[in-house]
Design a protein around this ligand. Structure first.
Ligand code: SF4
Ligand code: FE
Length: 482
């Protein structure tokens, strides 16, 4: 396994074509806007080195028998699925940001079982290719960007019906030694933190969408792949001096628009090419795993936010007020409910034909549906407790100013035993998590990450087995016999 430093070093060897604020970025690793999100992924390496987190952060590879980072592991049991969620909660607590590495983990587990099933039915060799790829990922301890979401253009039209055929990533040429693809993947979490990009179709495809039914992996700096960095609220604060106004001093997350401009993929890296009948299963499984993930990562970040709100109450001298205590209890209740969902869908998991374990899809979708709501309420309560000062605070530069600084020190003080600076730091952290750069990874990502709410409702309807419930009612009401 790599150390955190070795991971950062490995990223320096990559040659991304990246645009940020209208300019091409040469040094990705040291860019002040990008670096916090690389720090967050580096934490997945750092914690794996610690003996106390060995069971959580590492696993025995089912492919090689060697000790590997759990972020590259194929789940072999419900226990593995539970440990994954606990690992994500831990990382959320340690980074208070999106640590990005889960998308690759979720993509690898989904592609593993689906390629096995394609091969079994059609006699292809996708699974063998994928396992060879994954073995390398495990042995070299790589980060994989699981890339699913296409731009999608007009949502009322199928991929093949779009006015612009590139609105869904597709194969434009089949060659003897590989394929050429064109299109884009949007909102790509951790794209620049990744060594590899694993591309999957974004919706269930039909017969006419065969060219869009494609899954493959490429080194993330392959020629023809272009990255455009996504802006985040308050992102330029990272360019300023000081460490108060950013709220989170070390960690962050990022998303990119990733453009594939006629990119060549050799056959040994192609894991699906035209088998449209398997796309819905792949989408469902990847989405299901990532919806499980949110029952871990968002809970960990929620822990930090609840802690910050409780500290803000302490610093204001209102911690003993009954309504404050009740609000904190409500935040805890909501957060632990999300965790309960993450654990539940894991404990009810079952093996797929490849041996890789899958979560309970209904419960994973219920988990994510709750995540589209509860972090909003947790944020609302945190803002309530923090008070208006959170959004009217002067800047750190004013606080450090020789003339005006002492006034701020005096008038922004809460409880006399607490340094004013500590109070400012906690309020900025709450701002960061609810409105600032980290809100992308906590609040808004809770809504749209791993699929927007309606996507879960469709799955809940599909998995809810209403006929069985009707039958129960018919029997109990004496209309039918058992
Ligand atoms: Fe992992 Fe959560 Fe970020 Fe998804 S949103 S990559 S589950 S930390
Ligand atoms: Fe996400």
């Amino acid at each position: 396994m790599l150390t955190a430093d070795q991971y950062l070093y490995s990223l320096r060897q990559l040659n991304f074509k990246l645009y940020l604020f209208g300019e091409q970025v040469e040094n990705v690793v040291d860019h002040p806007i990008i670096r916090p999100s690389l720090n967050a992924v580096a934490k997945t390496y750092e914690l794996a080195e610690e003996a106390r987190y060995k069971d959580l952060m590492t696993a025995e590879s089912s492919l090689t028998g060697k000790r590997i980072n759990r972020f590259t592991h194929l789940h072999q049991s419900t226990e593995d699925l539970i440990l994954k969620v606990k690992m994500q909660r831990l990382l959320g607590q340690k980074t208070a940001a999106c640590f990005q590495r889960c998308v690759g983990l979720d993509a690898c587990n989904a592609v593993d079982s689906v390629t096995f099933e394609i091969d079994k039915e059609l006699g292809t060799e996708y699974h063998k290719r994928f396992r060879a790829f994954l073995k390398r990922v495990q042995e070299e301890d790589l980060v994989v960007d699981g890339a699913m979401t296409d731009p999608k253009g007009d949502r009322s039209l199928r991929p093949f019906q779009q006015a612009d055929p590139d609105m869904y990533l597709h194969v434009i040429e089949r060659l003897k030694d590989g394929i050429v693809v064109r299109g884009a993947k949007a909102h790509q979490t951790g794209a620049l933190s990744s060594h590899e990009i694993l591309v999957m179709p974004t919706v269930a495809m039909g017969n006419d969408d065969a060219a869009y039914s494609v899954c493959f992996a490429l080194p993330s700096d392959t020629k023809g792949i272009i990255y455009v960095y996504g802006r985040q609220s308050c992102d330029t604060r990272k360019l300023e001096e000081g460490s108060i106004d950013v709220g989170n001093c070390r960690y962050g997350g990022h998303e990119c628009l990733v453009i594939f401009e006629d990119v060549f993929v050799p056959w040994e890296r192609v894991f699906m090419c035209g088998e449209h009948q398997f796309t819905s299963t792949l989408v469902e499984r990847f989405a299901g795993y990532h919806r499980q993930s949110y029952g871990g990562c968002k809970v960990g970040v929620g822990d930090v936010l609840i802690g910050a709100a409780a500290l803000a109450a302490d610093y204001n001298g209102v911690a003993k007020a009954s309504h404050i205590k009740d609000k904190i209890i409500e935040m805890l209740h909501l957060n632990e409910t999300l965790f309960a969902c993450g654990i539940a869908c894991s404990s009810q998991g079952c093996p797929t034909a490849s041996g890789t374990y899958l979560i309970d899809l209904l419960l994973a979708n219920v988990c994510k549906q709750n995540v589209t709501r509860f972090p909003y309420e947790i944020s609302r309560l945190a803002e309530d407790i923090a008070g208006g000062l959170m959004v009217t605070l002067p800047s750190e530069k004013d606080f450090r100013h020789p003339e005006i600084g002492p006034y701020l020190e005096k008038y922004l003080k809460g409880s006399s035993s607490i340094p004013t600076e500590d109070r400012l730091r906690i309020l900025r952290l709450i701002e960061n998590l609810t409105l600032g750069a980290a809100a992308v990874g906590y609040r808004t990502e809770s809504m749209h990450g791993a699929g927007s709410p309606q996507a879960q409702r469709i799955m809940i309807q599909r998995q809810g087995n209403l006929d069985h419930k009707k039958k129960l009612a018919l029997v109990i009401a004496g209309i039918e016999k058992e």
